[in-house]
Ligand binder design. Sequence first.
Ligand SMILES: *Cc1c(COP(=O)(O)O)cnc(C)c1O
Length: 242
Amino acid sequence: MSESISDRLQTQKKRLIDAAHRAGRDPEDVTLIAVSKKQSVDAIREAYAAGQRDFGENYVQELVAKAQELAALSDIRWHMIGHLQSNKARLVAGLVHRVHTVSSVKLALELGLRAERASLGHSTLTHSPRGPSPLRVLIEVNVSGEASKSGCTPEEVPKILEAAASQPSIRVTGLMTMPPASEDAREARPYFDCLRELREKWGGPTRLPELSMGMSHDAEEAVAAGATYVRIGSAIFGWRST
Ligand SMILES: *Cc1c(COP(=O)(O)O)cnc(C)c1O
């Protein structure tokens, strides 16, 4: 591709703004997360230089290594968007701006413990905590019920909300989902609507203001359905190995 990362970022931002306008929403309420998994730190630097601040990573080790290498970019915001095992919670607790993938009571409790320790300076990180306090998290819901997908079932949401409420050092700010893979972006829409309806059931936008949904191929559908975080990778950074 001859277009630069900067050009493609502008295109994606414009895409989200247009989608917000069409949906009668304020574009300010939609944040673009540049998904930089499997991309080099140089590619991240390039996006940062073009003004991008929110970056999504899927793998804990990769996230920690990149955050350390880019520690000088002090206002960068890391989003953990991949599956997170409880035993890795301590590695991300003091580091990230959001964890989008809380999918069990166990993980909510572990993040609560680790976020508290990170805020007290007992983190295992080599640098000081840089995420917000309390740590903001979203509950990942498998709305399609596909066996291959991570995320909790819709029925598990209240249990996880309750567990998180027992932890002063974390706060649930919303819900996240990944629809089944499909060629046709319109097929994703019912899953996005389903996540928004689930949010209505558990307190609505006052209690859970954030909806993390939509990727490169279905961003418009997600914004139309109410997304506040859209996670875009390939349309910004191009091809990646997986
Ligand atoms: C990879 C990934 C994305 C970005 O997907 P693209 O199709 O490259 O835009 C978004 N969300 C999650 C959870 C991902 O793993």
